[in-house]
Design a protein around this ligand. Structure first.
Ligand code: AMP
Ligand code: ZN
Length: 462
């Protein structure tokens, strides 16, 4: 039985699809105004793992992900400038060229990370009509109203507004730093459609004059076009829960007249060095950047899989180094089994299979599932049966374990050595140099020399 944590009920629930054997799932995609960073990629790795687990359980998945190429303001609360317009001005390119450029990079990154593409990847700018239709329905049903600068959703007409986050409409925006439109009926009312100034770069004809959509309406229009008015799962990063997803629920439920999504599932944030990634700190890393520093994209995937999606994950280069070493060791063990001649009895294999299934079906407990694979691979008698089962499990991990190559064998570093090196790194961080020297000596006794570098450390065999 597959259990998933539903942000709507704030509990782990048994997953029951609307239609037997099928899952309709929507994921908020990237705003293509800049390179996607490794935090964004954590959200898409989560989406991918969920899709893989659903497929492992025999479901046919129909997934949709949007590409936001218009309408996402620099603040989620409709304030600031359109991120796409800012990028076009910065790079002296058309908005469409910007979207094309960063979408291409995004696609390359997800491919490098083995993130399977959802069945439909769709652009906001190609769904303007569908967005306008929902706005018209909301106006007709009395959930929206027109102001000088656009059409707004009236949150007071939707009493359950805020039920996803637990933040009621009345408690919103008090003291927030957004420019409040004085004409709005309620501070939390949000723009469905904005009327454009004559010189605004992107604008379309509409029943309300030339204009452009609000960001939230995009996801409503694209999810419903491809998945219908009622679908199973909606995913996104945790930062979208309080505003973007509340607004999607309001738009969908009020225009269709019923609940539109059964399970809302959110992935937690990636921190860098314990804090937020920010350009000013110079710590907004991308996948190609990790690769240029000597990592494989899949080292980062392995790094992510070791933390449950529901927990914050702190990125450091030392952590990524450990993941790289762990992943290498894993591949080496897989290789040893590939040519293993021992037979493993069916009962033992079934035991591992059951443990694995329990772990992934317990709200995608991938760290536990990986632990089970490690345990299985550490079996003394190497066996092709274990190799085959590992490759089957890898349909969920997506770590290319069947492609492990012999060359990795020579690089295997004993776990004890990695642990000592990590302890030493920590000691250095804490400026405990006496301990650090002691650990260097212990490493030497274990046959390894350690050298510090910008990424943490490098180990070489003496
Ligand atoms: P955006 O393009 O800003 O809408 O972000 C794309 C996806 O990445 C969304 O699902 C966000 O919630 C997610 N995201 C943004 N920053 C981070 C982060 N630091 N860690 C994890 N996910 C993030
Ligand atoms: Zn969205």
């Amino acid at each position: 039985m597959l259990k998933l944590y539903n942000s709507l009920s704030r509990t782990k629930e048994e997953f029951k699809p609307i239609k037997e054997g099928q899952v309709k799932m929507y994921t908020c995609g990237p705003t293509v105004y800049w390179y996607a960073h490794i935090g964004n990629m954590r959200a898409y790795i989560f989406m991918d793992i969920l899709r893989r687990v659903l497929k492992y359980n025999g479901y046919k998945v129909n997934g949709v992900m949007n590409i936001t190429d218009v309408g996402h303001k620099t603040s989620d609360e409709d304030a600031g400038e359109d991120k796409m317009v800012v990028a076009a001005t910065r790079e002296h390119k058309s908005v469409y060229k910007i979207a094309e450029f960063y979408t291409k990079h995004f696609m390359e990154d997800i491919q490098a990370l083995n993130i399977g593409k959802p069945e439909h990847i769709v652009k906001a700018t190609e769904h303007i009509k569908e967005m306008q239709q929902i706005v018209m329905t909301l106006l007709k049903k009395g959930f929206a109203y027109e102001l000088d600068d656009g059409i707004y959703f009236d949150v007071s007409k939707f009493p359950s507004y805020g039920s996803l986050s637990g933040i009621k409409a009345d408690d919103r925006l008090a003291g927030a730093r957004v420019e409040i439109n004085e004409q709005k009926r309620n501070p939390a009312d949000f723009a469905l459609w904005k009327k454009a100034e004559p010189n605004h770069i992107m604008q379309w004809e509409s029943p309300w004059g030339m204009g452009y959509p609000g960001w939230h309406i995009e996801c409503s229009a694209m999810s419903r076009k491809y998945l219908g008015d009622h679908f199973d799962i909606h995913t996104g990063g945790i930062d979208h829960l309080t505003i973007h997803h509340e607004n999607e629920i309001a738009q969908n439920d009020c225009s269709c007249g019923h609940k539109s999504v059964n399970y809302w599932i959110h992935s937690e944030f990636l921190l860098v060095d314990g804090g937020k990634m920010s350009k000013s700190l110079g710590n907004v890393y991308t996948v190609p950047e990790l690769v240029s520093r000597g990592f494989k994209a899949l080292d980062y995937r392995y790094f992510c899989l070791n933390t449950h999606y529901h927990n914050k994950l702190n990125f450091t280069f030392a952590g990524l180094d450990s993941a790289k070493i762990g992943y290498e060791r894993l591949r080496n063990l897989v290789l040893l089994h590939k040519t293993g001649e021992n037979k493993v009895n069916a009962e033992t294999l079934e035991k591992y299979h059951a443990l694995f299934l329990d772990a992934i079906n317990d709200d995608l407990n991938l760290p536990k599932a990986l632990g089970i694979v490690w345990e299985m691979l550490k079996t003394e008698e190497k066996s092709e049966d274990i190799y085959n089962l590992t490759v089957e499990f890898d349909s969920v991990f997506g770590l290319d374990l069947d492609k492990a190559e012999v060359e990795n064998q020579k690089q295997e570093i004993p776990q004890i050595v990695v642990e000592l090196a990590n302890q030493r790194l920590l000691a250095r961080k804490n400026k405990d140099f006496a301990l650090s020297d002691k650990l260097r000596e212990e490493l030497k006794q274990n046959g390894y020399a350690v050298k510090d570098n910008a990424l943490g450390y490098e180990l070489t065999k003496i």
